[in-house]
Design a protein around this ligand. Structure first.
Ligand code: HEC
Length: 155
């Protein structure tokens, strides 16, 4: 089958204004826009297909701040003195290795949430301690940049 991305990462300064419904951010019907700021906003690319029809082939757009993908790439591939190269454990293309989950092409909101929870000690699992030093020194902005990059990769 032809591969199509589930999450399309788009760098943006303004994004659709959204409302929260059925566990998602949905763009307002009015089409109003607002500044993105230092956020990631994930919206269905086609609200009707996702919300009403539950179409499993209709994915999401993740709006991320301009420049974040490149900054995230540096953190992920070099550690940039702030963290450890993710590929050491998550596999060469971040597609996962043994019990270590893949990161490529996954929801950036989810990825930030997991890193945040691991840093704060809220996520606890058999393997979570391995991630503790990785996230220890990361700011929220850096987590956002990392997730913008990993979401843009082909899973
Ligand atoms: C020393 C090995 C190691 C390194 C280096 C590492 N990770 Fe992990 N990572 C893990 C393990 C093991 C888990 C599974 C933890 C668990 O089960 O709670 C994990 C889980 C995660 C998760 C949760 C995924 C999910 O499916 O819930 C995220 C997100 C993550 N890592 C991001 C990163 C990022 C980003 C980097 C690089 C900056 C990185 N990791 C570097 C070992 C590592």
């Amino acid at each position: 089958m032809k591969w199509t991305p589930w999450i399309k990462v788009e760098e943006a300064t303004t994004v659709p204004k959204t409302r929260i419904a059925v566990g998602m951010f949905l763009p307002l019907e009015s089409g109003e826009k607002e500044p993105l700021g230092r956020r990631i906003i994930e919206v269905p690319e086609n609200v009707e297909a996702t919300e009403t029809l539950r179409d499993p082939h209709s994915g999401f757009i993740a709006y991320v701040p301009v420049g974040s993908v490149k900054k995230g790439e540096k953190l992920v591939t070099s550690g940039a003195g702030k963290t450890t190269q993710c590929a050491l454990c998550h596999g060469a293309d971040l597609k996962g290795m043994g019990p270590v989950p893949g990161l490529a092409g996954r929801s950036p909101s989810y990825v930030v949430r997991q890193m945040f929870d691991m840093q704060k000690g809220v996520r606890k699992g058999m393997w979570t301690d391995l991630m503790k030093p990785v996230v220890a020194k990361l700011s929220e902005d850096e987590m956002l940049e990392i997730a913008a990059y990993t979401a843009s990769l082909k899973p």
